[in-house]
Design a protein around this ligand. Structure first.
Ligand code: ADP
Ligand code: ZN
Length: 221
């Protein structure tokens, strides 16, 4: 199963990608996580991209595409994967088309006021990147990651001005991808609104089953 999760910042891509990873046994590949890790490590790539992440603009295609290409052709990508945060431009989409065949795109839509509320109450584990929310997806113990006990922090780009810029960039550079993909690859539209994550993930799996894309790989949670 080779899937792309598409949607604006705060539409839940990271949350659903990690749940689909365990339900379908495929690798979740998040370009945002890869880039944040590179910045944290202070690698050459990290130094080159930090300003883009801090300001909410897109990292240039020529830096993003090779990173994804290595992951999806590597051993973890072999059984299938779910891409979270890639492609984000038409050039990234056409590069992806030359790398592999994608089975379906999940198009997540969420009203803007919900996005802003969610992102300002989102907390992320500093150590493993797991996602929580102070209102809707609380950790078992306040400020502590359920998965690795790491500290929960607010992402530096989850502040009002950067959220606004990320939404603007999404509308301008990423939204046109939906037209690019129409008639090329099955597009599964999901209205997430305020649904609990397990319901959204179940909707995605049901739609994949209806398209006969799953075989017997799905397990219940
Ligand atoms: P969100 O979808 O919530 O904005 P991500 O974690 O997916 O957050 O991305 C964080 C930042 O990483 C983006 O604002 C951008 O700077 C960079 N980034 C991630 N994926 C890509 C991509 N495919 N192309 C260009 N930049 C990217
Ligand atoms: Zn953690």
């Amino acid at each position: 199963m080779k899937l792309v999760l598409f949607g604006p910042p705060g539409s839940g891509k990271g949350t659903y990608a990690s749940r689909l990873e365990s339900r379908l046994g495929i690798a979740a590949i998040s370009t945002g996580d890869i880039f944040r890790e590179a910045v944290k490590q202070g690698s050459t790539l990290g130094k080159e991209i930090k300003e883009y992440l801090d300001s909410g603009r897109l990292v240039p295609d020529e830096k993003v595409i090779p990173v994804v290409s290595t992951r999806i052709t590597g051993p973890r990508g072999g059984k299938g994967f779910v891409l979270d945060g890639f492609p984000r431009t038409v050039d990234q989409a056409s590069a992806l088309e030359n790398m592999v065949h994608i089975d379906a795109i999940v198009n997540l839509s969420v009203p803007e006021e919900i996005i802003i509320r969610r992102l300002s109450t989102r907390r992320t584990c500093r150590d493993c990147g797991a996602i929580f929310n102070l209102k809707t997806m609380k950790p078992r113990y306040e400020g502590v990651c359920d998965r690795c006990q790491g500290p929960l922090v607010q992402r530096e780009d989850d502040t009002a001005p950067v959220i606004k810029e990320r939404l603007r960039v999404f509308e301008k550079q990423s939204r046109p991808l939906i037209d690019y993909y129409r008639d090329r690859i099955p597009l599964l539209s999901i209205a997430c609104d305020d649904l609990p994550p397990e319901d959204v993930v179940q909707q995605i799996i049901t739609k994949l089953e209806k398209l006969n894309l799953l075989g017997f790989t799905s397990t219940s949670c």
